[in-house]
Design a protein around this ligand. Structure first.
Ligand code: PAF
Length: 281
């Protein structure tokens, strides 16, 4: 496995692979790799000739009071896990390689980024879209693998790739969950034991609403109320939002008719977790 920390070296390596007729799979991450990330790497490795993983904790997507400095980093463990899952190239740039100067250009995807996560984390998706655009430019034509756990991020990246005509096929991969239902996340490691136990309430809230929908409840307000009530039943959980949205536009639905996405976010102490589930009727 080749470990690269310079942008021009990554570009050359991937251009050469493509020129040799190889298909490229890109897996952008911020490291602290868990089973969710590894499922993306394994899928990229199985569907493409070269799986390239990027590991970069992107300062642009963290607010001033967020956990950029404390975000978990363990590059040695990450390299071993990436290699064990089939990565052939890992790009691990230092911050000044990606942002030699404070960037004056920012990618903003209007409409999708001000709501839900964007309401609690202003500017977050501009930071995500900007770094993903830079990675797409460096990688060139490829398939890029993103987890459905960050459903809103996935829609933002899809929209950006389409609007800016990146030669990139965005591939959505299913959420990977712990045996008790908690969605895998790098931030799960911040949870204390009691918080870890109750954090499954997010999955229970989503499943409860999905069951109500299957039982005939179509009203968005009632499906939201059910999720909020489930989260509220856990004193260690503080609800941020519980929404029923159109899967692509993320507009709140008054009633579910066809496909919808249930999305929740809550704090457990100082740790903020998100989860979501696709439903249809
Ligand atoms: O999902 C993540 O880990 C990050 O938001 C991403 C897409 C790698 C951009 O920094």
């Amino acid at each position: 496995m080749l470990v690269i920390d310079r942008a021009d070296a990554l570009r050359k390596q991937l251009d050469a692979a493509r020129a040799g007729g190889l298909r490229l799979g890109l897996v952008p991450t911020m490291g602290s790799l868990h089973e969710g990330h590894l499922s993306l790497v394994r899928r990229a490795a199985s569907e493409c000739d070269v799986a390239a993983v990027t590991i970069f904790v992107n300062p642009l997507q963290f607010g001033p009071s967020e956990d950029f400095a404390a975000y978990p980093r363990d590059i040695d463990a990450d390299l071993g896990l990436a290699e064990g899952s089939g990565a052939e190239v890992v790009f691990v740039p230092p911050v000044d390689e990606m942002y030699p100067d404070a960037p004056r250009t920012s990618v903003h995807v209007a409409g999708l980024t001000e709501i839900l996560e964007g309401a609690s984390r202003p500017g977050h998706f501009d930071g995500v879209a900007t770094i993903v655009a830079k990675l797409f430019n460096l990688a060139g034509a490829c398939r890029a693998y993103f987890g459905e756990k960050d459903w809103q991020q996935l829609q933002v990246v899809r929209q950006m790739a389409a609007d800016l005509s990146f030669p990139v096929e965005v591939v959505a991969c299913p959420i990977v969950r712990e045996p008790d239902g908690l969605a895998c996340s790098s931030r799960n490691r911040y949870l204390g034991p009691a918080e870890r136990t109750v954090a499954t309430v997010l999955h229970r809230a989503l499943s409860g609403s999905a069951s109500a929908l299957a039982g005939g409840e179509r009203r968005g307000a009632e499906l939201r109320r059910l999720m909020a009530a489930t989260v509220a039943s856990e004193p260690l959980a503080a609800l941020d939002y519980a929404e029923v949205c159109d899967p692509a536009t993320l507009r709140p639905l008054e009633a579910v008719e066809g496909d919808a996405r249930l999305l929740v976010a809550a704090r457990f102490g100082s740790t903020r977790l998100i989860d979501n589930m696709g439903v249809s009727c």
